[in-house]
Design a protein around this ligand. Structure first.
Ligand code: BGC
Length: 752
C-alpha cells in the first residue's frame, strides 16, 4: 500500500518536473523563435538601406532645452531628421511632440524607419520618486521594481521608449555628485537593485505600451573617478573592476537589459568609449550582449581631449572599433563613418552589426507595427500623476527614510501631547530642492513640502510655526533670530536642513561634504534654546556631520524623496510609519576618511587605538560616522546567536545560518537582517566583510521571527590569484546583524 502510494507520488513529481522542463523549454524555444523572427525582419529592412540610412540609424540627437553637455552651433536635428539620417532622439517630450517627430521619420523619409526616443528617467517621470540612492535604503526590491514600473508607465504614455537608467555605478566616494543616482557602495546590493530596476522598466514584454527599454550605465567604472571628481581618471586593478564595479552591470544584463551606455571616464589609460576590451570582448562577446551600446553625451568627440584621437575621424574610428553602436550628440559617426568606410577602417559588417542591434530593439518595442503606440495623449492624461502613482510614491518615500539617531525616543512626536512645533530650516518649505536632481518632467510646484505635509497630517492637532532661518548656502544669518524665537516658543524643533538639488548629480561634486552655508551654525544656535531638536536631512550623498550626530538628539536621513516627500516625512515624524531604512553607503566622519566603505581589507597592520605603527589617522577615528547597513526603528530588535546547520560545507552542498530576531519594543516594526561572510585566508587578500544576503521582516511588537539563510559554495567565490572565479577551501566567518558593525558571529570550514 505504502509502496504504491509512494510510486504515485513519485509519478506526479516526475510528471510535474517534466511539465516544468517542457514549459521552460517551450518558453526558451518561443523566445528563440521570436528572436529569430525579429532577426529576419531586421535583415529585410537592412537589405533596403543605403549607406547614408545606415549611418543615420547610429545617430542620436537631442531636442532643445535639456542639454547635459556641450552642443555645437550648427546643430539642427530637424534637417537631418527629414533626410532619414536620425536613429534616435533624446530630450523630446510629450505625446503630442513625439508624435510629430515620429511622423516626420515615418511618413517623410524614404524607408520610414521609426525613431526611438530616449530620456533620463532616473527616479520617476512626472511623479517623482526618491533618488535611487534613497530607494536603495529601503532594501526592498519589489518596491524598487514598482517605482521603475510607474516611471515607465508615465514616460511611455508621454511618448518615451527608452530610459537612460538604471545607473548601476558603484560609488565609494561621497564627494562624487552622482552618488545619489546609484545604489551605493556595495556590489551585492547594487546588483539586486540593478536587476529590479531593469525588470521594472522593461517588464516582461517590451512591446507593451507601458514598458520602456532600460540602459545600464555608465559602462564601466565611472564611479571610481579619482578624488570623487566627475569625469576624472579611473585607474583600477582588474580585480577591483571585476569584483566591485562590473557585477551590477552583469546583473542588469542577466535581468534582460537591452542597452548599455559607455562611460566618459578612461579605464587604466583607455577611455571607456574607445575601450574594445570592455565593450566588445567582455560585453558583446564574453557576456553575449545582444542589445546596443550608446555612447554618453559627446563621449566619442571627447576622445580628442582625452588625448587618444587627433581629430573627429580618429575618434569615430576608435569608438566604432571599440563597439559603440550609437553616437549620442558626438556628431561624429555622421559624417566620419563615410570616410572611415571608404578607407577600409570600418567594415560593412561592423556597420551592419551596429544597425542590426538598433533595429532589433526598435522591433522589440513594437515600433515597426505601430510607431505611435507610445504617443497617446489620452493615456498620458490618465496615467501621469494619477492617485495610484502618488500613493506608491509616498510609500516608497517613507520606506527610503533612515532614522540615524533617536535619543530618549524623542520620535515619534505625539500630536496629542505637543502644542507647538517650530519647523525651521531652508528645506522646511522647499518644493524645489526636495525632489532632487535628474527629476525628468517632475514639477516642483506639484511636490508637497514638509511644511504642507506636516500640516495636513497634524489635522489641526498641533500648531506649526515656520521660519526659514537661513538659506542652504551663503553666509546670511539675518533669519536666525526669527527661527530662534519660534524655537523658544515651541515644544519641539524640527530643523530641515541639507543640500540644494544642484549639489548632487552630474558635474556636481563637493570637496566639503558637511552641511553647506551657515546651516551647522544655525543648528548650534537652535540648540542653545534647550529645546529638543530633530534634524531632518535632505541630501543626495553621505554627509559628514559629526557635530550634529554628537549634539542633536534625533536625526532623520530623508535624502531627496520626490513629489511625496512632505507626507512621507510627516508619516515618520508622527509615527504613522515606523522607519525601517538602512544606509546603502557609509557616512564618513570627515572627507579625510574618504574613500571609506565597510568591505575594506584588513592590511598587515590593522588599527589598534593608542599604539603607533598601524593603519589609522592621528586626528580622526578609523570608524565611520554611520556604518553601511545602519538604521534605527521606533522599536528595538534583539538578535540571537547564530545557529549553523553544520560547521563543514562541501562543494555542491549547503549550510544554513539561522537567527531569531525579537521585537523587544512596544511598536510593530520592520527589520532588515543582514548576512555577511569573511573568507579568513585566501590566495589573495579578502575583505573583512562581504554582504551575501538580507531579509526584510515585519515583526509585531513582542514577537520573534526566525530567519534562515542558505550558504553555498557560490557565496564564497571570488577572483583568485589567477583571476579565476572560484571558492577556496578554508575557514570562513559568517555574521548576521542589523548593520555592518553590530554582528553575531559563527565559523565554518569549506572543504574540497
Ligand atoms: C550623462 C548621462 C545621461 C546623458 C543624457 C550625460 O551627460 O552622463 O548619464 O544619460 O547625459 O542626458
Amino acid at each position: 500500500m505504502k509502496a504504491s502510494r509512494l510510486k504515485i507520488v513519485s509519478f506526479f513529481i516526475a510528471a510535474f518536473i517534466v511539465t516544468l522542463l517542457l514549459t521552460s523549454c517551450e518558453s526558451t524555444g518561443k523566445m528563440e523563435g521570436a528572436e529569430k523572427e525579429i532577426a529576419r525582419k531586421v535583415d529585410s529592412v537592412l537589405s533596403l538601406m543605403t549607406l547614408e540610412e545606415k549611418v543615420g540609424q547610429l545617430m542620436q540627437y537631442s531636442g532643445f532645452g535639456e542639454f547635459t553637455g556641450p552642443v555645437s552651433d550648427d546643430h539642427n536635428y530637424m534637417e537631418v531628421l527629414k533626410n532619414g539620417m536620425v536613429g534616435s532622439m533624446l530630450n523630446v517630450n510629450g505625446a503630442e511632440y513625439t508624435r510629430k517627430l515620429q511622423q516626420v521619420a515615418v511618413e517623410e523619409t524614404r524607408l520610414g524607419i521609426p525613431l526611438i526616443f530616449g530620456y533620463d528617467i532616473i527616479h520617476g517621470y512626472r511623479t517623482i520618486f526618491p533618488v535611487p540612492l534613497a530607494e536603495t535604503a529601503s532594501w526592498d526590491m519589489e518596491l524598487i521594481e514598482t517605482s521603475a514600473r510607474v516611471a515607465a508607465a508615465e514616460a511611455a504614455a508621454a511618448g518615451q521608449h527608452w530610459t537612460f537608467a538604471p545607473m548601476v555605478d558603484i560609488a565609494r566616494d561621497p564627494r562624487w555628485g552622482r552618488v545619489m543616482e546609484g545604489a551605493g557602495e556595495d556590489p551585492f546590493l547594487g546588483s539586486l537593485v540593478a536587476a529590479s530596476r531593469v525588470k521594472g522598466f522593461q517588464g516582461n514584454d517590451l512591446a507593451d505600451h507601458s514598458t520602456i527599454v532600460a540602459c545600464a550605465k555608465h559602462f564601466a567604472a565611472y564611479g571610481a573617478a579619482m578624488a570623487g571628481k566627475d569625469y576624472n581618471t579611473v585607474d583600477i586593478s582588474n580585480r577591483t573592476l571585476h569584483e566591485i564595479y562590473l557585477p551590477p552591470f552583469k546583473a542588469a544584463l542577466d535581468a534582460g537589459v537591452e542597452t548599455f551606455m559607455s562611460s566618459f571616464n578612461e579605464i587604466n589609460g583607455v577611455p571607456a568609449t574607445a575601450n574594445r576590451y570592455i565593450l566588445t570582448d567582455l560585453l558583446k562577446k564574453e557576456w553575449n550582449f545582444k542589445g546596443f551600446i550608446v555612447s554618453d553625451w559627446s563621449s566619442i568627440r571627447e576622445l580628442i581631449p582625452h588625448g587618444v584621437a587627433t581629430n573627429e575621424y580618429e575618434a569615430g574610428y576608435l569608438a566604432m572599433n571599440a563597439g559603440v553602436d550609437m553616437d549620442m550628440m558626438g556628431l561624429i559617426y555622421d559624417p566620419q563613418l563615410f570616410q572611415l568606410m571608404d578607407d577600409g577602417k570600418v567594415s560593412q559588417s561592423q556597420l551592419d552589426d551596429a544597425v542590426r542591434r538598433i533595429l532589433r530593439v526598435k522591433f522589440k518595442l513594437g515600433l515597426f507595427d505601430d510607431p505611435y503606440r507610445y504617443c497617446n495623449e489620452e493615456r498620458e492624461k490618465e496615467v501621469i500623476m494619477n492617485e495610484e502613482h502618488l500613493e506608491i510614491a509616498r510609500d516608497v518615500a517613507r520606506k527610503s527614510i533612515v532614522l540615524l539617531k533617536n535619543e530618549n525616543n524623542l520620535l515619534p512626536l505625539d500630536p496629542d501631547k505637543i502644542k507647538t512645533i517650530a519647523l525651521v530650516g531652508p528645506m522646511a518649505d522647499n518644493q524645489f530642492d526636495m525632489i532632487g536632481e535628474w527629476s525628468a518632467r517632475g514639477n516642483p510646484a506639484e511636490a508637497i513640502s514638509l511644511l504642507e505635509g506636516l500640516k495636513n497630517s497634524l489635522e489641526g492637532k498641533a500648531q506649526i510655526v515656520h521660519a526659514k532661518g537661513c538659506q542652504i548656502t551663503g553666509e546670511d544669518k539675518s533669519g536666525f533670530s526669527e527661527a530662534i524665537r519660534a524655537a523658544r516658543a515651541a515644544d519641539v524643533v524640527v530643523a530641515a536642513v541639507g543640500e540644494s538639488k544642484f549639489m548632487s548629480g552630474e558635474a556636481l561634486c563637493r570637496s566639503d561634504i558637511g552641511l553647506p552655508g551657515v546651516q551647522k551654525e544655525f543648528i548650534m544656535e537652535l540648540q542653545k534654546t534647550g529645546k529638543p531638536i530633530i534634524v531632518v536631512l535632505m541630501n543626495g550623498r553621505p554627509l559628514a556631520i559629526p557635530w550634529v550626530k554628537e549634539n542633536v538628539p534625533a536625526i532623520l536621513e530623508t535624502w531627496f524623496l520626490g513629489t511625496q516627500a512632505g507626507p512621507a516625512i510627516a508619516d515618520v515624524l508622527l509615527g504613522k510609519y515606523n522607519p525601517s531604512g538602512k544606509l546603502p553607503v557609509t557616512f564618513p566622519v570627515s572627507v579625510g576618511q574618504v574613500p571609506i566603505f565597510y568591505s575594506y581589507k584588513n592590511t598587515g597592520r590593522p588599527p589598534i587605538p593608542g599604539i603607533r605603527w598601524n593603519s589609522k589617522y592621528l586626528d580622526i577615528p578609523v570608524e565611520p560616522l554611520f556604518p553601511f547597513g545602519y538604521g534605527l526603528s521606533y522599536t528595538t530588535f534583539e538578535y540571537s546567536e547564530i545557529t549553523l546547520s553544520d560547521t563543514i560545507l562541501l562543494p555542491g552542498g549547503e549550510l544554513t545560518a539561522e537567527v531569531t530576531v525579537k521585537n523587544t519594543g512596544v511598536r510593530d516594526g520592520e527589520e532588515i537582517i543582514q548576512l555577511y561572510i569573511r573568507d579568513l585566508v585566501g590566495s589573495v587578500t579578502r575583505p573583512v566583510l562581504e554582504l551575501k544576503g538580507f531579509r526584510k521582516e515585519s515583526i509585531p511588537a513582542g514577537e520573534s521571527v526566525t530567519v534562515l539563510f542558505t550558504i553555498t559554495e557560490e557565496d564564497l567565490k571570488f577572483y583568485d590569484i589567477n583571476m579565476e572565479f572560484t571558492a577556496e577551501p578554508g575557514d570562513f566567518e559568517v555574521f548576521i546583524g542589523p548593520n555592518s558593525v553590530e554582528l553575531k558571529k559563527a565559523k565554518f570550514t569549506f572543504m574540497e
